[in-house]
Design a protein around this ligand. Structure first.
Ligand code: NI
Length: 251
């Protein structure tokens, strides 16, 4: 069930059955010559929506904006600074906890979000700890937070290795481009790319340096290998990987 397509009564009834929710989180950033700007949000969203159709799991609204400052020298990238994203996540989780959700599972599509999401978790949990017993207040209810990166899932990794080997790379990867195309086949792009496999390097830099290091936006990848059929395999693998992680998180 998708939160955006549910009524408040349906959410209330769901909370009687489960207090867990999956929240897709991504980014709006360049993904090389043939990758969609929405790739990092589309991928976890597609996995979450498929999972939510097949299983009784509530899927929250996608956080489409992430921490993507290093991509800002490419048109179309929209980035939140870490402090802003922490505040957004804090209010998001507080809202969910207010309704009785106890297990919030962030399904992430962007490596650049990982440090900030973990900092947000530390911020949220600190706030709760500092306001409860030690300060004489009432203990807060149980709240569990976790981050799962779809692109690190075991099944998906195995398929990427089999299909692309070292040409998978680190950004604008053929696996994520394939998955986004499986979700939106009408948005498949053709683009010439040279060299076939992009140079590797660090993304720990500002936007202008990033563009100099990675002129067409790719990092170590060959997304010309991407196709819709591969994307359908990544979608199925992603649902299995995410479901396994979600069930382990709840238990
Ligand atoms: Ni990406």
């Amino acid at each position: 069930m998708r939160l955006q397509l549910a009524t408040w009564q349906e959410v209330e009834a769901y909370l009687q059955r489960s207090t867990g929710i999956i929240m897709p989180i991504g980014s709006t950033e360049q993904h090389g010559p043939n990758g969609l700007v929405g790739t990092d949000a589309i991928c976890p969203e597609a996995i979450a929506w498929a999972l939510g159709e097949r299983h009784d799991v509530l899927i929250g609204p996608t956080q489409n904006l992430g921490m993507a400052q290093h991509h800002l020298a490419f048109p179309g990238t929209v980035s939140l600074r870490p402090s802003t994203l922490i505040e957004v996540l804090r209010d998001t989780v507080s809202s969910l906890a207010h309704h009785g959700f106890t297990h919030v599972f962030f399904l992430n599509g962007h490596g650049g979000n990982i440090a900030t999401v973990n900092a947000a978790f530390a911020e949220i949990l600190s706030e709760r700890s500092l306001s409860e017993r030690s300060l004489g207040g009432q203990p807060n209810g149980d709240l569990q937070l976790t981050l799962f990166n779809w692109f690190m899932g075991r099944r998906g990794r195995e398929i990427a290795k089999e299909l692309y080997g070292d040409a998978e790379g680190g950004h604008a990867t053929p696996s994520e481009v394939s998955l986004s195309w499986a979700a939106y086949p009408e948005a498949v792009k053709e683009a010439a790319m040279s060299p076939h496999v992009a140079p590797e390097g660090s993304a720990q830099c500002d936007a202008l340096t990033f563009r100099k290091r990675f002129p067409d936006g790719r990092m170590g990848s060959a997304p010309s290998l991407a196709c819709v059929e591969h994307g359908q395999r990544f979608l199925e693998a992603g649902v299995e990987d995410a479901l396994e992680a979600y069930r382990a998180f709840l238990s």
